[in-house]
Design a binder for this molecule. Structure first.
Ligand code: SF4
Ligand code: SF4
Length: 331
C-alpha cells in the first residue's frame, strides 16, 4: 500500500495546544470483522494486535487518577478484544461515560449476538458507521452484505431501547465514499432519519459527518489514483480557522493497543507520538521516556497546555464544517 506519511510531516498548519483532558480514546486493537476501503487503521480479520489485560487495567487507573469523564473505545472492532466487557463494566462502575465505536455488523457475528443487551445494560453510547441509507454505497465502501447486516443490527439496538430511551444513545456516522467533503450535517441527518425510518423502521439520535483523512488505506488510495494533490488542495481551500478551537485533540488523548499516547487516532496511525512535554525541560518523564505511555498519566506528566503534533492531515479536521469524532464542528 502506498504511504502518505512522508508527505504529511512538513506542514504550515497552525500550532495547537491542548486544553483540559476530558476524553481518553482507547484503541483496543486492529482486529476487525470487516476490511473497509476508507479504513484509516488498516484493520481486518487477520490483524493480531490487541490490548492486553495489564494495559486495560492501566486505562482504568488513568480514568480514575485523571478524573476523565469519557472513555471512547475504538479499534478495529473494539468488541473483539476479549477484555472489552471487563473494561466497559470497570469504567461504568467508576461513573465514566463509555462510547463504543461499533461497526454494527459485529453484533450479527457468532459470539456477539447478545452483545447489544450488555451494551444497553451498561448504558454504553453507540456511535456506528453507516456511510449511506441505501445498500449500494455501503457495499462499495464496506463490503457486500454489510448494509443488510447493519440494518439488522440497528433493529436489534432499537429493540433494546437505543434511539428511543434517552439514556441509550445511538448515533450514526457518515463519511464520503470518495475524495470529496461531506455535505451539511443537519441536512443529511434529516434525510437519513426519513429514509431509515420509512424504509426500514430504524430510528437513531444524531448523524455525525466526518471527512476522510488522507492517511493509511484512504491515503494510499489517493496516491494510487493520483488524487492526493487534488484532495489536499480541497482540504486547504476549505480551511476554516474557527474550527481550530474545537478540533478533538484539544480535549482528548488517544491510546494505542500497547498503551502509548498520541494527540489523536490519526496521529496514532501515522506513528506521530504525543510530545514528551517539550516545553518543560524539568520533566523527569521528558528526559527518561521520550515516548509517553499510559503510565506517564499516573505520574506528574503535564498534559494541559502541551503542544500538539501536527501535520498536513490536520487540514482534514478543519475543512468546511470541520470534522471530529463527534462529527461536524460547526453544527
Ligand atoms: S473502518 Fe471500522 S469496520 Fe471498517 S475495517 Fe476499519 S475498523 Fe473495521
Ligand atoms: S488530525 Fe485533527 S485531531 Fe489530530 S492533531 Fe491534527 S487537528 Fe488535531
Amino acid at each position: 500500500m502506498l504511504d502518505t506519511r512522508p508527505l504529511l510531516l512538513d506542514t504550515d498548519f497552525p500550532a495547537l495546544r491542548r486544553g483540559e483532558l476530558g476524553t481518553l480514546q482507547v484503541n483496543l486493537g486492529y482486529l476487525c470483522n470487516q476490511t473497509c476501503t476508507h479504513c484509516h487503521v488498516n484493520a481486518g480479520p487477520k490483524r493480531t494486535e490487541l490490548m492486553d489485560r495489564i494495559t486495560i487495567d492501566l486505562v482504568l487507573e488513568v480514568l480514575k487518577e485523571r478524573s476523565i469523564t469519557l472513555l471512547d473505545l475504538t479499534g478495529g472492532a473494539p468488541e473483539m478484544n476479549p477484555d472489552f466487557r471487563y473494561l466497559v463494566a470497570g469504567a461504568r462502575a467508576q461513573g465514566v461515560e463509555v462510547m463504543d465505536r461499533c461497526n454494527l455488523t459485529i453484533l450479527m457475528e457468532p459470539g456477539y449476538l447478545e452483545l447489544h443487551e450488555f451494551l444497553a445494560e451498561h448504558q454504553v453510547r453507540i456511535i456506528a458507521s453507516l456511510p449511506c441509507y441505501g445498500p449500494e454505497n455501503v457495499a462499495e465502501q464496506r463490503g457486500k452484505g454489510v448494509f443488510e447486516a447493519s440494518i439488522a443490527a440497528l433493529r436489534k439496538l432499537n429493540k433494546a431501547g437505543y434511539g428511543y430511551d434517552p439514556e441509550l444513545t445511538l448515533n450514526l456516522v457518515y463519511n464520503p465514499n470518495g475524495a470529496f467533503l461531506p455535505p451539511a450535517q443537519h441536512t443529511l441527518e434529516a434525510e437519513y432519519k426519513a429514509r431509515l425510518n420509512d424504509d426500514f423502521g430504524v430510528v437513531f439520535d444524531n448523524l455525525f459527518t466526518l471527512a476522510n483523512m488522507p492517511v493509511s488505506r484512504f491515503g494510499g488510495m489517493l496516491l494510487a489514483t493520483n488524487q492526493y494533490q487534488a484532495y489536499m488542495k480541497l482540504l486547504k481551500d476549505n480551511f476554516t480557522a474557527a474550527n481550530l478551537h474545537s478540533v478533538m485533540c484539544r480535549t482528548l488523548v488517544s491510546v494505542d493497543w500497547q498503551g502509548y499516547l498520541y494527540d489523536c487516532d490519526f496521529n496514532q496511525m501515522l506513528d506521530m507520538p504525543l510530545r514528551a512535554c517539550p516545553d518543560d525541560e524539568r520533566s523527569l518523564i521528558a528526559r527518561e521516556n521520550p515516548r509517553p505511555h499510559l503510565r506517564s498519566l499516573l505520574e506528574d506528566f503535564q498534559i494541559v497546555g502541551q503542544a500538539i503534533a501536527i501535520g498536513e492531515h490536520c487540514y482534514g479536521c478543519t475543512a468546511g464544517q470541520g470534522s471530529s469524532c463527534g462529527g461536524s464542528l460547526s453544527d
